[in-house]
Design a protein around this ligand. Structure first.
Ligand code: ATP
Ligand code: MG
Length: 372
């Protein structure tokens, strides 16, 4: 799939624009604060229907407007076409998403149609930040690639919130226990998908990291809060969750909150130097953490490619800014070798546009206005 047209209406500072996007992609060049990241944010909105920068929907509407609307036209190599549209109205906080003009039953059904992956300097937070950053990464990748994951996760979060409320209100045991079957079932589905994906993808995380850093090692491992082995079945995981809930119930009653479960899972990213495993979060240099974050995005792109059977659209938000030239060159080489799909990239300076040097058309952006 690639994006052929993008129509913008009052998304951030981008005003009203209708753009034809070349099949290879474009390089969008402009000074700071002109709207380069906003442009990629609008495109990725059609993938997940939220901001990749963590902004809330009302912030995405142009300051003097009530509604934004984005429409993307997609085409596959076989000539199939599709249209994904999203609109949000501040007043009443109404969001409307359509795929080929039809509203899906659940928003989740429309997620992932674009098959896009964003690389951004803020990705370093995936490595430097707390465990919730890595859980969010996992949740997005798995929602886009594993059928039923998003639904299980949403159900899990809903049940967990209700169970926590019952614990906090010191409800009778039976009221709290009423949530347990649902919690056990959804927690095991979430944990199983996480365990499988990390086991399957950790070799490629290691390879990408090594390729960018000239052979240095790094590992990605699943550290579930409830101790399970990666090769356990979902049934076995259910038993483990139930046992863990039983074991901690007294404590949960005292603390007034659910104390165990996938809401506390961790993904460990470690440097593997001379046999020592050092947590990248604590010991990694800036460049090493950036490299690990890039490796995570490359793994995400590989997952999308495998699951959808097509090249993902790659969105690069000024990503080479803070890497040394050697690392940047090797990342470029990797991307050139792997990503033969559409690339949309932003950079503040022409000299930072290094991918597909001669092929990518240059566009300019000033004060939100894009000139092709
Ligand atoms: P940099 O090179 O610094 O990353 P950029 O070109 O990526 O810059 P963006 O983050 O895309 O910049 O755009 C920032 C600009 O968008 C800000 O100047 C801000 O005023 C404007 N902006 C953000 N949200 C809105 C909004 N809801 N309505 C209008 N303008 C907005
Ligand atoms: Mg930016």
């Amino acid at each position: 799939m690639h994006l052929t047209r993008l129509s913008l209406r009052h998304f951030r500072n981008l005003g009203t624009q209708d753009l034809e996007i070349p099949p290879d992609g474009v390089a969008l060049v402009g000074d700071n604060a002109q709207g380069k990241s906003n442009f990629l944010e609008a495109i990725y909105y059609l993938e997940t229907f939220r901001s990749f920068r963590g902004a809330h929907d009302p912030q995405l509407v142009a300051f003097d407007r009530d509604v934004f609307r984005i429409v993307g036209a997609l085409a596959s190599i076989e000539g199939e076409t599709r249209e994904v549209a999203a609109a949000f109205q501040k007043q009443g906080r109404r969001k409307k998403v359509t795929v080929d003009g039809r509203e899906p039953d659940r928003l989740g059904d429309a997620v992932g149609r674009l098959a896009a992956v964003v690389f951004s300097p803020a990705d370093v937070e995936l490595v430097s930040g707390g465990p919730s950053e890595r859980r969010r990464y996992l949740d997005i990748v798995l929602s886009l690639s594993v059928r039923g994951y998003l639904e299980a996760l949403q159900d899990f979060n809903r049940i967990l919130a209700r169970r926590n409320a019952s614990l906090k209100d010191r409800q009778p045991d039976a009221v709290i226990g009423a949530w347990d079957d649902g919690l056990v079932r959804t927690a095991a589905t979430v944990m199983k998908a996480r365990a499988d994906w990390i086991r399957e993808r950790s070799p490629s995380f290691r390879e990408y990291y090594a390729a960018v850093s000239e052979g240095a090692g790094a590992t990605m491992t699943y550290r579930p809060d409830i101790d399970v082995d990666a090769d356990e079945s979902e049934e076995e995981m259910r038993d483990a969750v139930r046992d863990a809930l039983d074991r901690t119930y007294e404590r949960e009653r005292r603390q007034g909150t659910t104390a165990v479960g996938p809401q506390r899972d961790e993904v460990h990213l470690r440097l593997d130097e001379k046999g020592d495993e050092l947590d990248l979060r604590d010991y990694g240099s800036g460049g090493q953490r950036r490299t690990a974050a890039l490796a995570l995005r490359l793994v995400e792109a590989a997952t999308v490619r495998d699951v959808r059977g097509q090249e993902p659209i790659i969105l690069l938000d000024d990503v080479f800014a803070e890497l040394d030239p050697g690392r940047s060159e090797r990342i470029l080489a990797l991307m050139e070798a792997e990503e033969t799909g559409q690339v949309l990239l932003t950079a503040p300076k022409d000299s930072d546009v290094r991918i597909r040097r001669d092929r990518l058309p240059r566009w300019r952006i000033r004060d939100g206005v894009i000139e092709a």
